[in-house]
Design a protein around this ligand. Structure first.
Ligand code: NAP
Ligand code: ZN
Length: 346
């Protein structure tokens, strides 16, 4: 077995603390990765707090993983020892359903295995990237360019693909007005991709303080959603809105900002159900949609796009022991714009 050091929550009521555990031996198709950096996704906090469903404990969070290939099985053909690689939200799937065959492994209808808080096909729990190594089947490992700042690539593995995927799937680009709700980890990546795809991008934020960052992120407009006049000025304005909010909020407000036939794409995952008034949808033929992460081929496409266009996340690098301070700031919306753990500090 592979000896691993990590940080785990022993239950939903306890803080994360150092925890040593074992990972499986490197199988013929596996890659052993020395983890260098791991992004802190709001999902990590939802999971360790049982916000959505009872979790698998002890839980080692982390699904924005980048590292270096340390070893591989004899049948691995796509990777080299010493190469930079990444792992996102998935480490396995059934590999034969229609979705898997179409490269939509995140939507596998048979047996998707998440990077942590999940049970692998061998019956053992999966543990994520708040740790110093991980063993992953090569199908679920991604190539990372040497051109980009390595730590700032980590958030692309979840925040990146989760926003890239819907913008690509709905073909958002030139001639479209796109709004992004919530300027956090996912939100700032949605702004960067929207701008890169040629859309006119507006940020819809609760934090007036973030306005000064809008321009450097490339956004064209910033709206503080508590300011009635600013909200009134953007009624019936947008072709698409991507909603990245992590907590309870009123979707009816945002549906009113869509043009006729506009689409609101939800990627945020608050614990509470949404309440939508029928007329928010009927008036103006509005569509509400959702999108979860992205499949392996599109994740590689996104990483390659980022390397070509020099896109990374804006990060604050933290020591492992400061994870709780980072969580506290994340809950307050005080993220600029993704915390990334330096695993050398483990
Ligand atoms: P984050 O960095 O904490 O950003 C969330 C942002 O939402 C905050 O910075 C804040 O932005 C805004 N916000 C927070 N509370 C709000 C409220 N009550 N009303 C309005 N706005 C509020 O979180 P994240 O890592 O980007 O994740 C966001 C959500 O996406 C989480 O629920 C996460 O679980 C989910 N997620 C989903 C997927 C998927 O596959 N669909 C993947 C990853 C994450 P402002 O300060 O600008 O208002
Ligand atoms: Zn995530």
């Amino acid at each position: 077995m592979i000896q691993t050091k990590g940080y785990a929550a022993q239950s939903a009521e306890t803080d994360l603390a150092p925890w040593n555990f074992e990972r499986r031996e490197v199988g013929p198709h596996d890659v052993l990765i020395d983890i260098k950096y791991c992004g802190v996704c709001h999902t990590d906090l939802h999971n360790i707090k049982n916000d959505w469903f009872p979790g698998v404990f002890p839980m080692v969070p982390g699904h924005e993983i980048v590292g270096i290939v340390a070893a591989m099985g004899s049948h691995v053909t796509g990777f080299k020892v010493g190469e930079r690689v990444g792992v996102g939200v998935l480490v396995d799937s059934c590999r034969h359903c229609e979705e898997c065959n179409n490269g939509l492994e995140q939507a596998c209808t048979v047996s998707p295995v998440l990077t942590y808080n999940s049970i692998g096909h061998d019956g053992s729990p999966t543990y994520g990237g708040y740790s110093n190594n991980i063993v992953v089947d090569e199908r679920f490992v991604l190539h990372v360019s040497n051109k980009l700042d390595f730590a700032a690539v980590a958030p692309l593995l979840c925040a990146g693909i989760t926003t890239y995927s819907p913008l690509r799937n709905w073909k958002v680009g030139k001639g479209h007005k796109l709004a992004v709700v919530g300027l956090g980890g996912l939100g700032h990546m949605a702004v960067k991709f929207g701008v890169a795809f040629g859309a006119e991008v507006t940020i819809l934020s609760t934090s007036a303080k973030k306005q000064r960052d809008a321009e450097s992120l490339g956004a064209h407009q910033f709206v503080v959603t508590s300011e009635e006049a600013q909200v009134a000025a953007v009624r019936n304005s947008f072709d698409f809105i991507i909603d990245t909010v992590s907590a309870k909020h009123d979707l009816n407000l945002y549906l009113g900002m869509l043009k006729t036939n506009g689409t609101l794409i939800c990627v945020g995952a608050p614990a509470e159900p949404y309440q939508i008034h029928a007329f928010s949808l009927l008036a103006g033929n509005k569509t509400i949609a959702g999108s979860g992460a992205g499949g392996l081929p599109q994740t590689q496409e996104m990483l390659d796009f980022c390397a070509e266009h020099n896109i990374t996340s804006d990060i604050e690098l933290i020591d492992m022991k400061n994870i709780h301070a980072a969580f506290d700031r994340m809950v307050k919306g005080d993220v600029r714009y993704r915390f990334v753990i330096d695993l050398a500090t483990l």
